[in-house]
Design a protein around this ligand. Structure first.
Ligand SMILES: N[C@@H](CCC(=O)N[C@@H](CS)C(=O)NCC(=O)O)C(=O)O
Length: 200
């Protein structure tokens, strides 16, 4: 059983999607990022910068316990552990990988700062244009549904920005609507993560 240390944020819900999609047993350990819980010496041993999400797999590589943070890396780890959602042949796996990095290093970071830094609106719109153009002819980012879709969907399933109306990007909306119909994604976005309620 994997221990997932997380909180109810966009980044924090991302690994739940993959844990659910792969049927990997896990339990949620809520870490309130506002009350100092993410700065305890015990937590910093798992996540050195005190960030959620992170997880501990008692059956990691070499049959040893393994801990990992950074949500996109966690999805890649689970993909390798379960042999799912990483792409098919070598070309497709690299397509999945490059979109994972595109979303993790551009989209996730720029959008998470948008509400605090409105100057980022044009950069966010450039990223949305790139996504929308790609999705004109593609149902998913890299062939079949993969972690290249799971990395960004937690952001777009809960898209709340006054500056940008997502309906201006109809192919992104079509992709989002297809994904949020998936039970794993619905569950990940809705499961309560506050300490008193987390009963996973
Ligand atoms: N790139 C990291 C970002 C993680 C991150 O920024 N986590 C935030 C919550 S969404 C956090 O832990 N904030 C609390 C803090 O920095 O003290 C990932 O994708 O896992």
């Amino acid at each position: 059983m994997i221990d997932l240390y997380t909180w109810g944020t966009t980044n924090g819900r991302r690994p739940i999607i993959m844990l659910e999609e792969t049927g990997t047993p896990y339990r949620i350990i809520p870490v309130d990022i506002h009350d100092g819980s993410s700065r305890t010496p015990e937590f910093l041993k798992i996540s050195p910068a005190g960030k959620i999400p992170c997880m501990v797999d008692p059956h990691g590589p070499g049959h040893e316990p393994f801990q990992i943070n950074e949500s996109a890396a966690m999805l890649m780890y689970l993909g390798e552990k379960t042999g799912q959602f990483l792409g098919g042949d070598a070309r497709n796996r690299w397509e999945v990988t490059r979109w994972v990095f595109f979303h993790a290093t551009n989209v996730a970071i720029t959008f998470s700062a948008l509400n605090r830094a409105p100057v980022l609106e044009s950069r966010c719109r450039d990223l949305l244009d790139a996504m929308n153009n790609h999705l004109v002819d593609n149902e998913y980012f890299a062939g079949d549904y993969s972690i290249a879709d799971m990395v960004p969907i937690s952001r777009f399933a809960a898209f709340k920005f006054d500056a940008i109306d997502l309906n201006e990007y109809p192919h992104v909306v079509r992709w989002r609507d297809r994904l949020i119909a998936r039970p794993a994604i619905r569950h990940a976005m809705e499961v309560p993560i506050k300490p008193a309620q987390a009963a996973q």
